[in-house]
Write a protein that binds this ligand. Structure first.
Ligand code: SDX
Length: 437
């Protein structure tokens, strides 16, 4: 019977090592060896021992998680076992958030209690407005969000009590509930319009729309088609296992800091154009291309390496069509029926058509990801491009919170402290100024 081990022979010494293999729960996926088992492999007794070198952690499991399953080859995404396609069609963002956080779909009483908990925490301390007022009028709303979410740690010092379940749940409700408020306030500040306060009679998304777009009317009436579309987009963006921002959340939280300080770091990671900032970069790219007939030249510049990347394409895990992009592409037309067609969609469709038949992209398994179509929808709704990653952050606060909690409850958890391969100078002595070249 084959043993569940690796036999490694170090040809430098002729020594052999038996390294145990552990398995995940999904057939054919998640078999690992413990990196620390490699440390015993040394050329001489003075050796440090073998390390793995893995920039960007392309083949390194940082944790065990039961929240999200991705199959990059098949284009599968499941939250707690439920396919994203079914959740997008049948669930709501708050119900999906409950599922991601608690592991099971809520019954009606649990959902009511959860929705009430979120509604209760949508207001922010009045002093937060003074903080936002201090930002320049054209401050990028993601920069404002990094600051205001981090500032929540000063308004809720009890958030440091991270090992208390009840306290964690309170901070999670506060984070998820206040993200739309902070996002809307940042938006209103950037367009010089007074803040609109939360309306507790509206849904999570309806209230967000109210805080964004309410004018002088007494009660804001959200457009139901747009309200539903934003809710679906939030479901699609809620969680995605160990992506850059979630890994940042886990790494910062691993020093046992409070969840607001960790979430601020996660927002900073999401801000980047290679991650959540890609939806903004896609729209800037489409606007730069300008017309459908200029698409071939742009593709050529990408392939030659002179035109930057094809933003909204490619993914570390998906080596096939991102299932979320498929849903976004269909959703766009529901929104356009209300807002009018975003003319940039034709450029996006032509980019996709050419890229999906071009060997440069096929050989690198580059397909549209969630960011390729989402920005077109946001722009059609009237969001400025700077708000696109902010919308992503509102939804992803659920995944950050769930992964933060799972990290703290994981008996294997440790403070994140990778090693390095040192390739700098050997020891040398200090040189007095008059002796330096
Ligand atoms: C998100 O991880 C997640 O789950 C993220 C996310 C989530 O929900 O949290 O799904 C959200 O961030 C989606 C990705 C959004 N980013 C973009 O759309 C930016 C454009 N995409 C690329 O920057 C890139 O595809 C990444 C960052 C997404 C993935 O990069 P990898 O896995 O490190 O791959 P790589 O850079 O090593 O690329 C492999 C090859 C390279 O070519 P060669 O050096 O082999 O010749 O593919 C090329 C890359 O140059 N390539 C691209 C490309 N993406 C990769 N070439 C042109 N256009 C692109 N978009």
């Amino acid at each position: 019977m084959a043993a569940d081990t690796l036999t490694i022979t170090d040809n430098r010494t002729g020594k052999s090592y038996e390294i145990p293999i552990q398995y995940g729960t999904y057939p054919g996926y998640g078999a690992t060896i413990n990196a620390m088992d490699l440390k015993q492999i040394k050329a001489t007794e003075q050796d440090f021992g073998l390390l793995t070198y893995d920039p960007g952690y392309t083949n390194t499991a940082s944790c065990r998680s039961s929240i999200t399953f991705l199959d990059g080859e098949e284009g599968i995404l499941r939250y707690r076992g439920y396919p994203i396609e079914q959740l997008a069609e049948k669930s709501t963002f708050l119900e999906t958030a409950y599922l991601i956080l608690n592991g099971e779909l809520p019954d009606s009483e649990q959902l009511q209690k959860w929705s009430r908990a979120i509604t209760e925490h949508t207001f922010v301390h009045e002093n937060i407005k003074k903080l936002i007022d201090g930002f320049h009028h054209d401050a990028h709303p993601m920069g404002t969000l990094v600051g205001t979410v981090g500032a929540l740690s000063t308004f809720y010092p009890d958030a440091k009590n991270i090992h208390d379940q009840e306290c964690r749940e309170l901070q999670i409700s506060r984070l998820i509930a206040k993200m739309p408020t902070l996002a809307a306030f940042a938006y209103r500040h950037s367009i010089g319009v007074p803040y609109a306060y939360p309306d507790e009679n509206l849904s999570f998304v309806g209230n967000f729309m109210n805080m964004l777009w309410k004018k002088s009317e007494l009660v804001y009436q959200p457009d139901p088609v747009l309200e539903k579309a934003i809710d679906v987009l939030f479901i699609l963006h809620a969680e995605h296992e160990q992506n850059c921002s979630t890994s940042s959340m886990r790494a910062v939280a691993s020093s046992y800091t409070d969840p607001f300080s960790a979430a601020s770091a996660a927002i900073g990671a999401l801000y980047g154009p290679l991650h959540g900032g890609a939806n903004e970069a896609v729209l800037r790219m489409l606007a730069e291309i300008g017309t459908v007939d200029r698409v071939p030249d742009y593709i050529k510049s990408v392939k030659e390496g002179t035109g930057g990347k094809l933003m909204g394409f490619g993914h570390r895990v998906y080596k096939s069509y991102d299932p979320r992009a498929k849903i976004c592409k269909k959703l766009a037309y529901d929104v356009f029926a209300v807002t009018g067609v975003n003319p940039l969609i034709d450029i996006a469709l032509e980019l996709e058509r050419i890229a999906l038949q071009d060997d440069y992209f096929i050989s690198r398994k580059l397909y549209p990801n969630v960011d390729f179509y989402s920005g077109l929808i946001y722009q059609a709704m009237g969001f400025p491009v700077g708000m696109f990653p902010v919308l992503f952050a509102i939804a992803r606060s659920v995944g950050w919170a769930a992964q933060w909690q799972e990290f703290l409850l994981d008996p294997d958890h440790k403070i994140a402290r990778p090693r390095q391969v040192y390739c700098g100078c050997k020891q040398r002595d200090y040189v007095a100024m008059d002796k330096r070249k």
